[in-house]
Design a protein around this ligand. Structure first.
Ligand code: NAD
Ligand code: LMR
Length: 338
């Protein structure tokens, strides 16, 4: 047997007629950055998802250990590990969904844009691999700054001639998860009963919770609106500061990423009425990318919904969000074009 049977394809431990070889209904999912703070719990939760039949774990360090560990879980998905650039092709070939949490996280005092210098190049390389090996896969991009990394990915795919705007989704589900939690706290409700649309982007003022559209219908005082908006916008910074230099949100992010991956897989399966917020190519505003509710289907984000009626506070927030977003999007585009 190979020294580590979880590494690579075609291990002698996998029988060709085994149910675990893929199963009829499952999807093939790759996680790029799988040994990181987000990657590890994300890998564990995806291994528990019954919609996943094959799970590829790629990183530039430590993926063999994470793969060996996760592969002992008695759930259906077959897990394979891939280590380093030379194994990127193997990790990506045949995938239906690629989730990318690769890249450095913030330390206290940093903005997400401070991560651009390093993460932009990482995202470019990984997306070049996707364009080559699984150009039809849905991509869930987590690496920050999302407001710039999604435009970077789009430009890489355009260059390769594989760009399908429906299939590239910036992950903003943590903003929604936080918004549901904080709003539920204020209203004295169970967070599972609360739905807050969060639109715009994924950094500071670009994170725009639409508190006037919360379900179940409710109202907030001006003080509550200001408290909630700020807490949701600063949620990431709250965690970065609490971790004191040891990184940013990982566990809540893994939870939010799995929630979002799950709706993408349900869409791929053909379920009806699958809706979630994501940062996507958009005509909802004059900007080329914007986060809003989208309907997920077999082709990815098949429909991008309008924002709906906004109150005065949200209209002002939208103007601020668009100004910062425009710059971040342009920065991402220029990184590839120039
Ligand atoms: P981490 O440092 O713990 O893990 C990152 C992993 O990426 C590491 O294992 C590292 O080896 C790997 N990596 C680095 N370069 C790579 C490459 N070229 N190919 C493959 N893997 C590579 O960081 P983390 O806490 O997991 O955060 C990862 C990213 O996610 C950060 O950019 C962070 O800002 C972002 N993030 C986004 C959200 C969001 O809501 N979208 C939330 C939290 C964190
Ligand atoms: C978050 O919102 O938690 C992430 O974007 C990580 C960060 O840097 O805040």
């Amino acid at each position: 047997y190979p020294s580590n049977p979880q590494m690579g394809e075609g291990s002698m431990l996998e029988r060709t007629n085994c149910r675990a070889k893929g199963g009829a209904a499952g999807f093939k999912v790759a996680i790029l950055g799988a040994a990181g703070g987000i990657g590890q719990p994300l890998a564990m939760l995806m291994k528990m998802n019954p919609l996943v039949s094959v799970l590829h774990l790629y990183d530039v360090v430590n993926s063999p250990g994470v793969t060996a560990d996760i592969s002992h879980m008695d759930t259906g998905a077959v897990v394979r590990g891939f280590l380093g650039q030379s194994e990127l092709e193997g990790a990506l070939t045949g995938m239906d969904l690629v989730i990318i949490p690769a890249g450095i996280p913030r330390k206290p005092g940093m903005t997400r844009d401070d991560l651009f210098k390093i993460n932009a190049g990482i995202v470019r390389t990984l997306c070049e691999g996707i364009a080559k090996c699984c150009p039809n896969a849905i991509v869930n991009l987590i690496s920050n700054p999302v407001n710039s990394t999604v435009p970077i990915a789009a430009e890489v795919f355009k260059k390769a001639g594989t760009y399908d705007p429906k299939k590239l989704l910036g992950v903003t589900s943590l903003d929604v998860v936080r918004a549901n939690t904080f709003v539920a706290e204020v209203l004295g409700l169970d967070p599972r009963e609360v739905e807050v649309p969060v639109v715009g982007g994924h950094a500071g003022v670009t994170i725009l919770p639409l508190l006037s559209q919360v379900k179940p219908p409710c109202s907030f005082t001006q003080e509550e609106t200001e408290y909630l908006t700020k807490r949701i916008q600063d949620g990431g910074t709250e965690v970065v500061e609490a971790k004191k230099g040891a990184g940013s949100a990982t566990l809540s992010m893994a939870y939010a990423a799995v929630k979002f991956a799950d709706v993408c897989l349900k869409g791929l399966r053909g379920d009806a009425g699958v809706v979630a917020c994501a940062f996507v190519a958009s005509q909802v505003t004059e900007l080329p990318f914007f986060a809003s509710k989208v309907r997920l289907g077999r082709m990815g984000a098949e429909e991008v919904y309008q924002l709906g009626p906004l109150n005065e506070y949200e209209r002002i927030g939208l103007q601020k969000a668009k100004k910062e977003l425009a710059e971040s999007i342009q920065k991402g585009i220029s990184f590839i074009r120039n």
